[in-house]
Design a protein around this ligand. Structure first.
Ligand SMILES: Nc1nc2c(ncn2[C@@H]2O[C@H](COP(=O)(O)OP(=O)(O)OP(=O)(O)O)[C@@H](O)[C@H]2O)c(=O)[nH]1
Ligand SMILES: Nc1ncnc2c1ncn2[C@@H]1O[C@H](COP(=O)(O)OP(=O)(O)O)[C@@H](O)[C@H]1O
Length: 301
């Protein structure tokens, strides 16, 4: 490109030089074919204060993380012409009560990266607590999941957000009858969206008090959220042993340690309710008994 510039009749070029006193200057030069370069401007470069939010954060709220049913619903409404499946998702969303209210029984959400043991633990908890086992996105959306996973973040995350609201409707109904165990819910939606959208290192994640981690006002709040964590090598061993096809994001988690760390850190920063972190590396039986103790303590069960 530079050689194309030099061939052109005239061009402007900026270079950065430091003066003896250590100051940094931007020197803009202008040149005409065959003539000497002429300095046209010289600017002193100063260090700006670190912005409150990482630039990639500014477009997260309500474009990849949704904080109300309406915001997520509106995105899929816009997609009805180009993604016909949106109509059916919206019809299911229409049937769910907005602002579903939790029943008198406790609602426990189990979160964690793939292969941390959520499926195993939630099935055992369902049996022991004689509760209902739900998941987000709910089964009624499974047939369209791959379709929306292929869409850009704006649409994909709206799909998962609506999935949480539809699951919330099921949680409200079931928690009137028995304890409810949920395999993934809002924390997964927010953590994967934030970790995917925020570039850079762990330091680029919004600070723990950022509004990006707040719980949606209109989404049913669980009594307890347990985050299962496992050492990366143990998780890889379990994934291999399970031999199940990974989602694109799981493949990404495998390949990209930084992305995995960002997802886990985003999980930990979400508030109201915050996750209770459990090391799920021990045996299934040990993990189960630790989580049961936690449930007894938090939910008086
Ligand atoms: N459930 C859920 N999954 C999401 C969401 N956003 C992204 N994902 C992706 O979907 C993958 C897992 O979806 P699941 O339906 O839980 O698939 P699974 O095989 O049951 O995963 P495990 O529950 O970890 O066994 C996650 O690992 C993410 O890569 C979300 O909002 N909710
Ligand atoms: N505590 C544990 N110790 C050893 N292996 C486990 C444990 N929990 C689950 N597993 C095994 O790890 C694999 C992934 O577990 P799974 O429950 O499917 O995780 P997730 O639902 O989080 O993806 C399965 O083969 C399962 O049998």
């Amino acid at each position: 490109m530079l050689k194309d510039l030099v061939k052109s009749e005239e061009f402007h070029l900026c270079t950065y030089v430091s003066s003896e006193d250590g100051k940094l200057w931007q020197q803009c030069v202008w040149s005409q074919r065959g003539k000497e370069c002429t300095e046209v401007a010289k600017h002193y470069i100063t260090v700006a204060a670190k912005p409150e939010y990482h630039p990639t954060l500014l477009n997260i709220i309500n474009t990849v993380v949704y904080y109300s049913f309406e915001d997520a619903y509106r995105v899929l409404q816009e997609c009805k012409e180009c993604i016909p499946e949106s109509k059916e998702v919206l019809e299911l969303a229409d049937q769910c009560m907005k602002n579903s209210t939790k029943g008198r029984f406790p609602v426990i959400v189990i979160e964690g990266l793939d292969a941390t043991g959520k499926t195993t633990l939630t099935q055992s908890l369902q049996e022991i607590l004689r509760g209902a086992l739900l998941r987000s996105p709910p089964g009624c959306l499974s047939q369209w999941r791959a379709r929306f996973d292929a869409e850009p973040p704006l649409i994909r995350r709206a799909f998962y957000a609506l999935g949480n609201y539809i699951s919330a409707c099921d949680i409200a109904r079931e928690s009137a009858k028995s304890p409810v165990i949920v395999d993934r819910y809002w924390h997964s939606t927010a953590a994967y969206a934030i970790a995917t959208e925020v570039g850079g290192t762990l330091e680029s994640l919004p600070s723990s008090h950022s509004e990006v981690y707040r719980w949606p006002r209109d989404l049913l709040t669980p009594d307890l959220v347990v985050l299962l964590t496992v050492r990366p090598e143990e998780r890889a061993r379990r994934l291999l042993a399970r031999g199940v096809e990974k989602t694109r994001e799981e493949a990404e988690l495998e390949a990209n340690n930084l992305f995995r760390q960002k997802v886990e850190e985003a999980y930990r920063r979400i508030q109201d309710p915050a996750c209770v972190v459990i090391d799920a590396s021990p045996s299934k039986e040990e993990v189960l008994s630790e989580v049961l103790l936690l449930i007894q303590k938090h939910c008086n069960l």
